[in-house]
Design a protein around this ligand. Structure first.
Ligand code: GLN
Length: 471
């Protein structure tokens, strides 16, 4: 096994044990990126100077006999909606094409304190709106498991980079599935933390009542390492808090019947149910549970996220940030042209939908009603967690689709998120872990936990890794 195949833990041990220099590791990854990027296109920007400088610092510390952290010298990639001071941050949008971050996101600040090494910023659907990374204004990322297929989205660049061994781990963001689904499509592990457990300060907002930053890694153990670093209350994000998890010893797994009823690929269904059987043989008790309001989840999600996005994205007006159309005749024309040219089709569609849902006369019928149903869905989860420790479910009803297959049909793209969205509506955490393969493609289950039960998710995630049917 070469350097690039190693996990965070393995690589960090080698660096700390002086078996290999952090600079050599960074050089090796930069070399791999150079070779693979023309096919994968995971990165929007590669930052070799920074990576080598950060790695050198680690080597110097080690030379001096100083203690270094559990991630020191291990190279990573960061989704391009998370701010790193002095580096471009585009959110996959033309409107932010030349925007340079003025400060660090809290997660970046925390990683800097641990001497992390940044290889570059990764591709994503524009403003994180999408499920395939095809909505990026800049390039289409390919799935490393099958180059004709999408890597999922919106954190497709991050998941592809880890899957292709271009990076050891990556950060993504998950509003409706954007960490778990690309992780599943690319055969790697993805965590959507409990809403509020990781600071969103410095994350370019899509829908702030849903958005969460989380790790994409090769193993569950690595996922825990990164989560433990980035989690916690931050004064710059009033929705963030630190909380000890609930301790419960029983091992009951809830399987929501609605996830297996319609629209699910036959093979994914069979394999997932087979895996649940395997868990029952291991002594877990399996309980059928129900999310009675699941049928409304998709509509509710899209009404609320589009509403939040339409309000959030109002700040991109060609005056304060990024791109500004110079040919405009006056102020109003500047707004119209900048936003018309700067935003891509999907983003414009969502701004229109959101503005409509929030407009006078429609607010009660759409936005307010959606919020009420969001609350019911949250209650459904709370009800289920009275009886079970985890909910186990597929991440995606379908296998990674072909590039271009769904770009003309936004509704069918939206439907692909049906299993990840309810989790974000409720705000509970979920870990996506690969457990089987279909041909060269990978499939994952997600373990959904109660609020702040991340530790339990990691423990159970490791068991799932051990029970998977391939090496
Ligand atoms: N695909 C979903 C959407 O487009 C989820 C995206 C995300 O989690 N950022 O809204």
């Amino acid at each position: 096994m070469g350097i690039i195949d190693l996990t965070i833990k393995e690589l960090n041990q080698k660096i700390r044990g002086k078996e290999i220099k952090a600079v050599t590791v960074a050089e090796e990854f930069l070399e791999v990126i150079k070779k693979k990027e023309k096919n994968i296109k995971a990165f929007l920007e590669i930052t070799p100077d920074l990576a080598l400088e950060q790695a050198k610092k680690v080597d110097e510390k080690i030379e001096k006999g100083e203690e270094v952290s559990e991630i020191a010298g291990v190279p990573m990639a960061c989704k391009d909606n998370i701010l790193f001071e002095g580096k471009k941050c585009t959110a996959g949008s033309k409107i932010l094409e030349n925007y340079i971050a003025k400060y660090d996101a809290t997660v970046i600040k925390k990683l800097k304190e641990k001497n992390f090494v940044l290889l570059g910023k990764t591709n994503m659907d524009e403003f994180a709106m999408g499920s395939s990374t095809e909505n990026s204004a800049f390039q289409i990322t390919k799935n490393p498991l099958d180059l004709k297929r999408v890597p999922g989205g919106s954190s497709g660049g991050s998941a592809a980079a880890v899957s292709a061994n271009e990076s050891v781990y990556a950060l993504g963001s998950d509003t409706g599935g954007s960490i778990r689904q690309p992780a599943a499509f690319c055969g790697v592990v993805g965590l959507k933390p409990t809403y509020g457990s990781v600071s969103r300060f410095g994350l370019i907002a899509y829908a702030p009542s849903f958005d969460q930053i989380g790790p994409i890694t090769k193993t569950v153990e690595d996922s825990k390492i990164i989560y433990d670093i980035i989690k916690g209350r931050d004064d710059f994000d009033s929705t963030s808090f630190s909380k000890k998890e609930n301790k419960k010893e029983k091992k009951t797994i809830g399987v929501p019947k609605e996830f297996f009823e319609k629209g699910i690929d036959k093979e994914i269904k069979e394999k997932t149910l087979g895996f649940i059987n395997k868990l029952s043989e291991q002594g877990y008790s399996i309980k059928e549970v129900s999310l009675p309001n699941m049928e409304y989840a998709l509509s509710v999600y899209y009404i609320i996220v589009c509403s939040e996005a339409s309000s959030n994205l109002a700040r991109f007006d060609g005056i304060r940030y990024g791109f500004s159309e110079k040919k405009a005749k006056n102020l109003k024309d500047t707004y119209l042209k900048t936003r018309g040219i700067g935003f891509g089709e999907e983003v414009r569609r969502r701004i229109l939908l959101g503005t409509y849902a929030l407009s006078a006369g429609y607010y009660d019928a759409y936005y307010l009603r959606a919020q009420k149903i969001r609350n019911l869905i949250k209650k459904d989860f709370e009800e289920i967690f009275k009886d079970v420790d985890f909910i186990l479910a597929p991440v995606s009803p379908i296998l990674p689709f072909k590039i271009g297959e769904k770009t003309d049909d936004p509704l069918s793209m939206y439907l692909a998120d049906i299993y990840t969205i309810p989790v974000n509506l409720a705000g509970v955490p979920a870990l996506s872990v690969p457990f089987s393969k279909i041909g060269k493609l990978s499939i994952s289950v997600q373990i959904i936990g109660n609020y702040f039960d991340e530790e339990k998710l990691f423990e159970f995630g490791k068991i799932i890794e051990n029970l998977r049917d391939y090496d």
